[in-house]
Every structure is written in structure tokens, then in C-alpha cells.
Design a protein. Structure first.
Lengths: 95, 197
């Protein structure tokens, strides 16, 4: 077992947990009124955390550059769509 | 074997994942899962924008501490499975097995925490039928827990393969990328159900 890899994985976990606590603080009652800012920050935090998991834990980039590109495109499309629906207040008519 | 030789020649460099048909198949499966969940997330957002008042009001009844603790548990389990894969690749199969077991234990803690959260919501009278928000809440968290349970199956196969005649880490690597996917899908669900306003 390589000490360097162990330390890297520990740091990745620490970073992800730290970002989670930041998100928790963002969602606290302290910020109750600021809805759009909270929502966009939450989506940005998702982008950062998911990308760290895909790159560092799933080793997508180290496995295949195309795979990393596909995952990045998916993440960007999903979060872009969610932000657009939210920002443009697109709603779904009752079925 | 070549992977191990390369590792020993360069002790500080981590051997890269070996790109095989099985790994490619696993990633294709991951991609399909991501697209399926994306559809759920987009539909959730459309419903939310249709009735933002009900969604905000209902969301206020969730306990965000559960969401945070669940996220921290899954992140820790992802860390452990990544450590397990690393140990397996360097030939330390017993260490890899122990770390894989710890991953599954943390996954089980997630499921227990989720059951306790559902119990709290249901005893307060919030069920699938309360309104659209709670329908999405129980659907998204429920389908996600099903994926954690599928993760247990993958992990069990991975752990078995470490110990059978093959003594192979390949099944564990595939279980690990599936496990990480279950982790990051929760990261999205956490933001959509607990954080956004």
C-alpha cells in the first residue's frame, strides 16, 4: 500500500466532508430569506463534489479521457437544465 | 501481474485502472443510471416550480441533520472502498477485504439512518400521499436506498472474488465505481430535497 495514495484519498475525503459542512451551513436558518442564491450555491456545490468523486474516487480521467469528457458533459447538462428550470420558473402542468 | 510489477518499480505511483470490456460495460451501466436519475431530477424541478410554496413549506419539515449525516456516512464509505481498491491493486487482499467490509458497514449505517428518518416523518403524519413534495421525497430516497442495496450485492461479489481461487480485484473495482455512483447520486438528492429553496 502506497502511503502517498493513502494520504491523497484521505485528503479527498476530508475535502468532500468539508464542502458538505459548508452546504449544511448554507442551508441553515441563518440564510432563510435568500432563496435563489442558496439554490445556485447548492447546485454549484453539487458540481464540485460530484466532479471530485468522479475524478479522484472513480478514476474516470485515469481510466479514459473520453469517459471523463462524457461524465463532465452529463454533469454540466443536468445542472444546467436544473438551473434553467429554476431560473426561468418553467413549470409542469398538472397531469 | 504487469500492473503489480509496474507498481513495485515505481512505489509512489498508483497503478492506473486497467481498461477492460468489463470495466467499459460497468461504466455504460453507470451512465444509463445517471441518465435515469437525471430524468427524475428534472421532473422533480418542474413539479417544484409548478408549486414552489407547497414544496418550500413541506421541505421545512425535513430535518437537514439527517441529510448531512447521511452524506457524511456515504462519503466515508466511498473513501473506504477507494482505499480497498488501492490495497487490492497492490496485492494486499486481506487489507482490501477488511476495508471493503468497512464500506458495507457504513452503507448499512446509511440504510439504518434512512429508515429512522422515514420513521420520524411517517409518525409525524408525512407520507407518500401528503403532497407532491413528500411523494418525491419518499420516491427519490426510496429508489436511492434500493441502489445502496444493489451496491451490497456488487460489494459481496467483489469481496468473494478477492478470496476465491482467482484472487482477483477486478470485481471489487467494478463494485467500487458503482458504490461511488450511489454516493454522488445522493449528493444531488441531498441538494434538491434539503438545500435548495
Amino acid at each position: 500500500v502506497s502511503q502517498a495514495v493513502e494520504i491523497k484519498l484521505f485528503r479527498v475525503w476530508l475535502l468532500l466532508s468539508g464542502i458538505t459542512l459548508l452546504a449544511w451551513w448554507l442551508g441553515s436558518d441563518e440564510h432563510a430569506g435568500r432563496s435563489a442564491a442558496i439554490t445556485y450555491s447548492a447546485l454549484l456545490i453539487v458540481a464540485v463534489k460530484v466532479r471530485i468523486i468522479v475524478v479522484e474516487f472513480m478514476e474516470a480521467r485515469r481510466s479514459s479521457k473520453k469517459l471523463q469528457l462524457a461524465m463532465d458533459a452529463w454533469l454540466l447538462l443536468l445542472l444546467g437544465a436544473l438551473a434553467a428550470i429554476y431560473g426561468l420558473k418553467l413549470d409542469m402542468p398538472p397531469v | 501481474v504487469t500492473q503489480l510489477a509496474a507498481f513495485e518499480a515505481q512505489p509512489h505511483a498508483e497503478p492506473a485502472p486497467v481498461w477492460t470490456d468489463k470495466l467499459a460495460g460497468a461504466w455504460a451501466f453507470i451512465f444509463i443510471e445517471c441518465l435515469t436519475f437525471s430524468a427524475y431530477f428534472v421532473i422533480y424541478m418542474l413539479y417544484r416550480m409548478h408549486d414552489p410554496a407547497t414544496f418550500s413549506e413541506s421541505q421545512a419539515h425535513l430535518n437537514p441533520n439527517y441529510g448531512v449525516v447521511n452524506t457524511l456516512i456515504l462519503l466515508a464509505s466511498s473513501w473506504q472502498v477507494a482505499r480497498s481498491v488501492h490495497a487490492a491493486r497492490t496485492g494486499q487482499l486481506a487489507t482490501a477485504w477488511r476495508r471493503a467490509l468497512l464500506t458495507v458497514v457504513l452503507g448499512a449505517a446509511f440504510v439504518v439512518s434512512k429508515l429512522s428518518e422515514w420513521h420520524a416523518e411517517i409518525t409525524q403524519g408525512y407520507t407518500f400521499e401528503t403532497n407532491d413534495f413528500f411523494a418525491f421525497y419518499f420516491f427519490l430516497t426510496g429508489i436511492h436506498v434500493v441502489h445502496v442495496l444493489i451496491g451490497f450485492v456488487f460489494m459481496t461479489v467483489g469481496m468473494y472474488k478477492l478470496r476465491d481461487d482467482d484472487r482477483s480485484a477486478h470485481a471489487l473495482e467494478i463494485a467500487a465505481i458503482y458504490w461511488h455512483m450511489v454516493d454522488f447520486l445522493w449528493v444531488v438528492i441531498f441538494a434538491l430535497l434539503y438545500l435548495m429553496r
